[in-house]
Every structure is written in structure tokens, then in C-alpha cells.
Design a protein around this ligand. Sequence first.
Ligand code: VGL
Ligand code: ZN
Length: 216
Amino acid sequence: MTEQGSIGLKETDVLIVVDVQYDFLPGGSLAVPDGDGVIAPINRLAHAFRHVVLTQDWHPQGHASFASSHEGKQPFEMTELHYGTQVLWPDHCIQGTPGAEISRDLNIPHAQLVVRKGYNTGIDSYSGFMEADRKTSTGLAGYLKERGFKRVFCAGLATDFCVAWTALDAVAAGFETYLIEDASRAIDANGSLERAQNDLSAAGVRTISSAQILGG
Ligand code: VGL
Ligand code: ZN
């Protein structure tokens, strides 16, 4: 067990803020329940981190992860793509649309990088590191290593998809990895949250609260 405020932040720590975009917020096409609940804790956390990276889901029209791209399929059904099983989503985060914009309520002017992902029409990318074919890299691991970061802290939307997959790839890339639970919210479709939590703990991702970082 870690105590409150016991994670002293260091120069080699980086916060990754995952997909806090209008389509995942209330009123968006793939709104995460209570999605805007992440904004206040993320703003508090970001203030404490010298180094912050953002991810941005960024799909072309007709993306393979959209139910609308598959005849007869509805959102939240599954299909088989060339790399495996894919959940089908409502159209969301289409490049250049308002829904794809990162929330203006985030107050992180010192963010150093925005990593866009999911821009290949035929491949989804929940993770900020690696697309769903598990072969195509975004380059983020190389960037973080070249910058000398050692610990990666993940927060944002959605806990059970993009935050979890980003954290799993961070730990696989050799970073000590934390998922900040109260600064993330889940979609929780068909047991996805419990599955993600099992995968995270099996992989050695540590779940913590903002209070363990910020104190109080
Ligand atoms: C996400 C589903 C589809 C996410 C992105 O940000 O968690 N989920 N695309
Ligand atoms: Zn997406």
C-alpha cells in the first residue's frame, strides 16, 4: 500500500493525459459516463508535473473502428479485422472536427507533445504507443526514452480502453507505470472495465489516486 502523498515527483516523471476530447465528454458522440469528472483532477495533477504529454484520438472518415463503416453493424458490436477482434464504435474524433478537439477546459499550457493516434484508416489505436495491429508504433516510446523519462503516469478517457492500453504499452516498454484512477473514467461496455483492471494488475501497472501524488 502506498500512503497519501507518498509518490514524490521527480524530473524523470511524465504525465500522459489520454484523449480528453469533446467526443468523449458529455454531449459527444462517444460520451464516457461522467467524462468531464477528469478535468479538475487532471488540471491539479498537470500543475504538479513539469512534463506532460497529451494523446488525441484522430480518425479519418470511414475508419475501420466505426460501426458505420461495416454494413449491418451497430455501435458496441464486435467484428473481425485483419489484426483481430475489434469493438465497433459510433463515429468519433474525426480529424479536424470539433468533436476531435482537446477540451479547452484543460489548463495545461506547458504540455510538451500531442500524440495523435488512430489515423490509419484500417487500424484502431487505443494506445498512445502502439496501434491495435500491435506492430505499428506511434513513436512515443522512443520519444519518452530519448527524453530520459523513467516513470509514466496515465490519466484521462477512457480507463478501460485508451488509458489502460496506453499504460499497458508503457509498462511493456520498460517504464514504471501508474494509472491515476480518480483522474480517469471508464466506458465499461460488456465487462471491459474489470477485464482492463485484471490486465493492468497482471502487467504490473500500479493504480493510484491523485491524493497519493498531490497529498491531502
Ligand atoms: C477510445 C474507444 C474508441 C478511448 C477511443 O479514448 O478510450 N475508446 N476510441
Ligand atoms: Zn477511437
